[in-house]
Design a protein around this ligand. Structure first.
Ligand code: CA
Ligand code: CA
Length: 233
């Protein structure tokens, strides 16, 4: 499905974008709050839903996301009659988006890309994987939940993409770069493209490609989230 509408293209100054990026990432990296102790405190919002084949058996499951309180959402699904759910951070200042359905490793089992923080031009996501029983956050090599930024306006170029592997499967690639000079024409960006493989919900870095003063049209800056879509969904 086409979810590129979420990409914010408003322009702000490079300094502001860099500052907000630096400020938000550590906050998101903190352990998630437990479910609200007082669910009556916030009005219940309607859930948003999508469908995904979480276990790769060819049957789609309905996936639901619902705000459950200030900056808290619950993602749930029923797979083969078995219910699973997980609380994640959310941005309750904007309407909740249904998770994006992706297959980050091309194994036929969907991962879910979930927005946790929505800025003026940058959205921060985490990812969920279904392990056969439960939904859990995709983690990096340090067992920390994955956080991916998308957008960046002119000051940064942020996003992710998937690339087919010879012999099957995909790599999951995260682009994190900043403009060398926001007043330059044409704009160029420098940063890193990190290439991961995903197995059993954990990412392994295959390579880390430096990006050095490249125009946004350079393939090393490619960040088309649609390339991670679950095939057949
Ligand atoms: Ca299924
Ligand atoms: Ca998968």
């Amino acid at each position: 499905m086409n979810r590129t509408g979420i990409i914010r293209t408003a322009t702000i100054t490079g300094v502001a974008a860099a500052l907000s990026l630096a400020a938000i990432v550590p906050a998101l990296a903190a352990p998630q709050a437990s479910p609200l102790s007082n669910p009556l405190a916030a009005p219940a919002a309607d859930p948003v839903t999508t469908v995904a084949d979480l276990d790769g058996d060819g049957e789609i499951e309905r996936v639901s996301a619902q705000l459950t309180g200030d900056n808290d959402q619950v993602i749930s699904a029923t797979v083969n009659g078995s219910f699973t759910s997980i609380h994640l951070g959310a941005d309750s200042s904007v309407p909740l988006e249904a998770p994006r359905v992706a297959d980050l490793n091309g194994d036929g089992r969907a991962e879910l890309i979930v927005a946790q923080s929505v800025g003026a031009n940058t959205t921060f996501f985490t990812a969920l994987h279904y392990d056969g029983r439960n939904l859990s956050q995709v983690v990096d090599e340090h067992s920390k939940p994955l956080f991916v930024a998308e957008g960046g306006g002119v000051a940064a170029h942020l996003g992710y993409q998937c690339t087919p592997l010879n012999g099957g499967g995909r790599t999951f690639e995260v682009v994190a770069s900043e403009a060398d000079d926001v007043s330059a024409e044409p704009l160029t960006y420098s940063g890193t493209r990190t290439v991961y493989t995903l197995r059993d919900g954990a990412l392994t870095t295959r390579s880390s490609l430096p990006i050095t003063s490249r125009p946004v049209t350079d393939p090393v800056l490619g960040a088309d989230a649609a390339t991670c879509a679950q095939t057949g969904s």
